[in-house]
Design a protein around this ligand. Structure first.
Ligand code: 3PG
Length: 201
């Protein structure tokens, strides 16, 4: 969470796009990459990026149960991101030793994870769940928790999130939207990554 201010959330439909997309993001300054397990090629994309883009720190997103957690770890994921939490998922993640950024949207969910010793979480879906004011409010009684807000974060609001004491980084897809990836516009993606990497964490 402290390596770069923005974690790109990547949806890869075409395996041939995996390495050039990852390269564009890493060259732009974003080393920590979340590949969502939402497409049939996602696990192969993780393997390929790990093999071909040595400077990337490759994680898997959309971890929704123990099966997807195991698949992601088997593919070589260095970290895991989930949209929400269940006891079985969190217990399996802690037992695996692979770091997880678990998704929460309410103080109760935050407290349940604190009971399991987790103090770093994804706030999801950030904008829909109350955005900056919600995170500020959670920071009152629960200041020891650090968040990565994701979902509806964009260049127009990222700095407001990053200015919060309890935000270490944000996640988002705006650096690599489907239209730019489909067009193989790696230059534009690299430029967007550079802008994102220059945001103040
Ligand atoms: C997602 O659900 O795809 C991620 O949270 C990214 O959300 P975004 O597309 O709003 O950045």
């Amino acid at each position: 969470m402290h390596t770069s201010p923005v974690i790109p959330v990547m949806v890869i439909n075409n395996l041939e796009h995996a390495a050039p997309l990852a390269n564009a993001l890493v060259e732009g300054g974003l080393k920590v990459l979340e590949i969502t397990l939402r497409t049939p090629v996602a696990l192969d994309a993780i393997k390929q990026i790990k093999a071909e883009v040595p400077n990337a720190i490759v994680g898997a997103g959309t971890i929704i149960n123990v099966d997807t957690l195991n698949q992601a770890i088997d593919a070589g994921s260095e970290f895991l991101v989930s949209p929400g939490v269940t006891d079985s998922l969190i217990d399996a993640a802690l037992a695996s030793g692979t770091p997880i950024l678990p998704g929460v949207a309410t103080p109760g969910e935050v407290m349940k994870l604190m009971e399991k010793g987790i103090n770093a979480m994804k706030f999801f879906p950030a904008e829909a769940a109350g955005g900056v004011p919600m995170l500020k409010s959670i920071g009152g009684p629960l200041p020891q928790v650090t968040f990565c807000p994701t979902g509806g974060v964009s260049p127009s609001n990222a700095e407001q999130y990053l200015a919060l004491k309890n935000v270490a980084c944000v996640g988002g897809s705006w650096m690599a939207p489907a239209n730019l990836v489909d067009a193989e516009n790696w230059d534009e993606i690299k430029q967007r990554a550079e802008q994102a990497a220059s945001l103040k964490a």
